[in-house]
Design a protein. Structure first.
Lengths: 143, 148
């Protein structure tokens, strides 16, 4: 399925993602990594460690509704994957991202911006394996 | 106050994810499909996000600490090990299968699509699997009982 090339809205969205990451560092001194925030939420050891993560996640989840309230349009979301692929992919994502200590936000946005050696290794690694996976699924298996 | 601030940062980050197209799996998978229906938009997402974060972090770090805390909590490890490389490689495979990454799925949940909930539950199962593996491995590493 084709999607529109949207350099302007993608770049503006990216600026806001960066702003969110900077604001979290300024206010709470934390890296904006979704894997760390989510697993910290699941395995939180005390109330303060749980609360700030819950607040961040709630804010993120509210954002499409706020966009709808302002513009009258929900952000586009089309899901070409089958439920089975979502389950399999999801378990692999959760396992891999926690084993590798980060995902697109923690390593990709925050880690690369900090020039972290680990993230400089992690990001090309997951970009390449994601690319190979999509190639195999779409062009080898023909799904 | 700290929690309201945290909520606000989540909103800014989430609105960014929403309008960038990053939370739309069709767009993410097309970004990786260079040989097919390629959509290069996500390069611009990362470009915008890293530009702001790169400069912003350096401005923020001129302060002695964050507003609601005593110090910046920044990972200090530089170890490039099998866990980092293997975990990242595995994460990429899952990302290519599911089309969602953890950060993008949270605002996507706010659109009310049930598939997103399915993904997030699966991710949590993956977190537990990693925990289980860690505890199994550390059991192996535990020194044997001392001889009587």
């Amino acid at each position: 399925m084709e999607t529109l090339f949207t350099p302007l809205s993608s770049f503006s969205g990216g600026l806001l993602i960066g702003l969110g990451a900077v604001l979290l560092m300024l206010g709470l001194g934390r890296i904006f990594g979704a894997t760390g925030i989510m697993s910290g939420l699941v395995f939180a050891e005390n109330q303060p460690e749980f609360s700030w993560r819950a607040a961040v996640v709630l804010g993120m989840a509210l954002s499409p509704g706020l966009i709808f309230a302002v513009t009258g349009k929900m952000p586009e979301l089309s899901i070409p994957m089958s439920p089975l692929m979502i389950i399999i992919g999801g378990v692999i994502v959760g396992f891999g991202a926690s084993l590798g200590s980060g995902c697109t936000s923690g390593h990709g946005v925050c880690g690369l911006s900090r020039l972290s050696v680990r993230s400089v290794v992690a990001v090309p690694t997951f970009m390449v394996t994601a690319g190979i996976t999509v190639y195999v699924i779409r062009h080898v298996l023909g799904a | 106050m700290k929690l309201i601030y945290a909520l606000f940062t989540g909103i800014v980050f989430g609105v960014g994810l929403s309008i960038s197209g990053m939370m739309n799996p069709a767009k993410v998978l097309n970004f990786f499909d260079v040989a097919g229906t390629w959509d290069a938009s996500l390069v611009f997402v990362m470009g915008g996000a890293i530009t702001v974060t790169f400069i912003g972090y350096r401005l923020v770090w001129r302060r002695a600490g964050p507003i609601f805390g005593d110090r910046f909590q920044i990972p200090s490890s530089n170890a490039v090990d099998a866990r980092l490389v293997g975990g990242s490689a595995i994460f990429g495979i899952g990302w290519g299968i599911a089309g969602f990454c953890p950060g993008a799925a949270i605002p996507a949940l706010g659109t009310g699509r049930w598939e997103v909930m399915l993904f997030l539950v699966a991710v949590t199962v993956g977190f537990y699997a990693r925990r289980l593996m860690a505890s199994l491995l550390s059991e192996v590493k535990t020194p044997p009982m001392p001889n009587p």
